[in-house]
Design a protein around this ligand. Structure first.
Ligand SMILES: O=S(=O)(O)O[C@H]1C[C@H](O)[C@@H](O)[C@@H]1CO
Length: 624
């Protein structure tokens, strides 16, 4: 294919183009990015006396456990506690937590363990020495242990201890234990608000798991969409995500039943998100709840005011001056300066109930909030112009989950969008199935469990369209971002993890290749056929001056592109290439089967490049 590259750029590439979409789905947050290692740490949103209330907890020795609604409670937000009864003559006994499907124990790390306790009836005659430890679930090997004194008190009291493993555990099959020596105490103790943290990314208090955060940082992402996705919405109005329930001390956070079938602790709250986003060099694209719950309930127009006010307070917390309640709260938590918020998304996928979004919900939120915050850009989340909205949205969030073929056939999706000042956020996209008749079906019906080489190079073809249309596309993010390898509600995902490892998918590497090889301006070139297999995008980097040529071959045979570049270039350049069999994936058993390979290639102003079948290539060649 002969490709002429124009020397005059058509538009700059916005700095926000490549970024991350996040929500707590498939334990992306609790059990994933959020650093807490204990599951069901505070018995939030569970029914006392049920087996489910004891999720992840079990007895050590012959203690008797039950979750109770305690009085006094640790706090009004944390009404439940773990009642632990030690019988007479007990051996070493106590409680054990199995983490989020395992706990990684690394000798290099210092773990911070804490819990609240109180003796509701019989007080011990003197302080008790409790042992806090990390041990092999089946081996019983103790990797780390410390002791805390439990004072004889009926009032909730917090105990904290640092744990330093002498050696790393050979696998993630480990447990956290709090135990008393044999015969140390006969009676009942109430425990609650446990926590076990490893060192966090950047040392952030109540922060993120370092290995997952580092894998995300390696993508050099520019933005972070939060807190969802469906998980913003709640199945009911009462179960929606509420910013104010996610800030302040952990004892003030009730948690909520998330939209993906598990309790969200909300330990990963709005402040933690924003501080981490700043640590990562990103900006937030923050959603506000828009009056619609996934179960189908919409707040009637004449009852929206309190929800609009809650959203206004959410925004005030993020960018309000410290003379406002929200800004003062932000300052009290340690961040007096406003966070760099520009984009506020109104709801999520509000094409699920477009009628009330169009008739009053969009306008009610935007008219009120735009008046308070004129500089903010509000993004609509219903289907683009269907229905039309008033006031006219400045921006829209468009989502697509489709087959690899759809993505290659729609590389020009944004070419025909009107250039009328409206901008677009491709907030969720992924090739998720090879079966056009059952996109959201099961793996047996074509659904991908992990991204493949074919899905990655097809997504790359679509991503070429984002660079070509970056005058109207200001941001794009693959979704979902993260998932536990087995405890998930959705596949495929960009990154998969268990308690100890992170698996970077083929699609992760495609995102990595685009985001780590950005240009400043787009250079128009001969358009690829949307019925073809070869796709390309040429951008120019100002400093150091270079052309960056991305080529995706989504076909089953090699294909050559001859790039006629607009000015002289060096005789050699760098090639980074991702290639493999169409159905190849990085999985827990083959985590690095497909990774980008770099080498130097011969280059010239007429650059002939043969792209292997099923490959994504990035060629960087210096101008001379
Ligand atoms: O069931 S879906 O609506 O397809 O769910 C999708 C769309 C939604 O925004 C996000 O939360 C989820 C997976 O990324």
């Amino acid at each position: 294919t002969q490709i002429t590259v124009n020397g005059t750029s058509s538009h700059p590439i916005p700095s926000t183009l490549w970024g991350l979409m996040f929500e707590d789905i498939s334990h992306s947050g609790d059990g994933g990015l959020y650093g807490e290692l204990l599951q069901n740490r505070a018995f939030q949103q569970v029914t006392p006396g049920t087996t489910a209330a004891l999720n992840a907890w079990s007895a050590v020795g012959n203690t008797t456990l039950s979750v109770i609604a305690d009085s006094p409670a640790i706090s009004s937000s944390l009404p439940n506690a773990l009642s632990v009864t030690f019988p007479s003559g007990a051996p070493r006994s106590g409680v054990q937590n199995s983490g989020y499907f395992g706990i990684a124990v690394r000798a290099s790390s210092t773990y911070t363990a804490s819990f609240f306790y109180r003796f509701p009836s019989t007080l011990p005659s003197a302080a008790l020495t409790a042992t806090v430890s990390l041990a092999g679930a089946s081996s019983g090997t103790t990797f780390a242990s410390g002791t805390v004194a439990l004072r004889p008190t009926a009032q909730w009291t917090q105990a904290t201890v640092a744990l330093r493993p002498r050696t790393s555990a050979p696998d993630i099959n480990n447990v956290f234990e709090v135990t008393l020596a044999a015969g140390a105490f006969v009676g009942t103790v109430h425990l609650g608000m446990f926590s076990l943290f490893p060192p966090t990314f950047g040392g952030q208090a109540n922060g993120m798991r370092a290995d997952i955060a580092q894998a995300l940082l390696d993508l050099k992402p520019s933005f972070f969409r939060l807190p969802g996705g469906n998980n913003l919405e709640g199945q009911t109005i009462a179960q929606r995500w509420q910013w104010n329930n996610t800030v302040g001390p952990l004892t003030a956070r009730p948690g909520r039943v998330g939209d993906w079938g598990y309790v969200n602790t909300d330990g990963l709250g709005l402040y933690e998100y924003l501080v981490w986003i700043e640590l990562m060099g990103m900006v937030p694209i923050m959603a506000i709840w828009s009056g619609f719950a996934l179960g189908g309930a919409a707040v009637p127009a004449n009852q929206l005011a309190p929800y609009i006010e809650q959203s206004r307070q959410q925004i005030e917390f993020v960018i309000g001056s410290t003379s406002t309640p929200g800004g003062a709260l932000r300052a009290s938590l340690g961040h007096p300066a406003p966070f760099p918020l520009l984009y506020v998304e109104v709801g999520n996928e509000d094409f699920l109930q477009p009628s009330t979004y169009q008739s009053y919900r969009w306008a009610a939120f935007v008219n009120a909030l735009q008046a308070d915050y004129p500089n903010l850009r509000f993004l609509a989340t219903s289907s683009f112009n269907s229905p039309a909205l008033s006031p006219k949205p400045q921006s829209w969030d468009i989502h697509v989950y489709q087959t690899p073929t759809w993505f290659t056939q729609n590389s020009a999706f944004y070419d025909s969008f009107a250039r009328d000042g409206t901008t677009f956020f491709e907030g969720e996209y992924a090739a998720i199935s090879t079966n056009p008749n059952d996109i959201f079906g099961a793996p047996s019906s074509g659904r991908l469990v992990y991204p493949t080489v074919q899905s990655a190079v097809s997504e790359a073809a679509f991503m070429m369209g984002f660079e070509r249309n970056a005058d109207v596309v200001f941001a794009a993010s693959y979704a979902p971002l993260l998932a536990h390898v087995t405890q998930n509600q959705w596949t495929p995902n960009l990154l998969s993890f268990d308690s100890g490892t992170v698996i970077k998918s083929t699609s992760y590497w495609a995102q990595w290749m685009f985001s780590n090889n950005r240009g400043d301006v787009y250079l128009p070139s001969t358009l690829a056929s949307t019925s073809g297999a070869l796709f390309w995008s040429v951008v120019q980097r100002v400093s150091p001056p270079a052309f960056i040529i991305k080529v995706s071959n989504t076909g089953t045979s090699a294909s050559t592109g001859v790039f006629r570049l607009p000015s002289a270039v060096a005789s050699t350049g760098q090639l980074i290439q991702l290639a493999g069999a169409a159905n190849a994936s990085n999985t827990p058993t083959t985590p690095s089967a497909i990774t980008p390979q770099s080498r130097t290639i011969a280059t010239g102003q007429n650059l002939s490049f043969s792209a292997p079948a099923m490959s994504l290539s990035v060629i960087t060649v210096a101008l001379v």
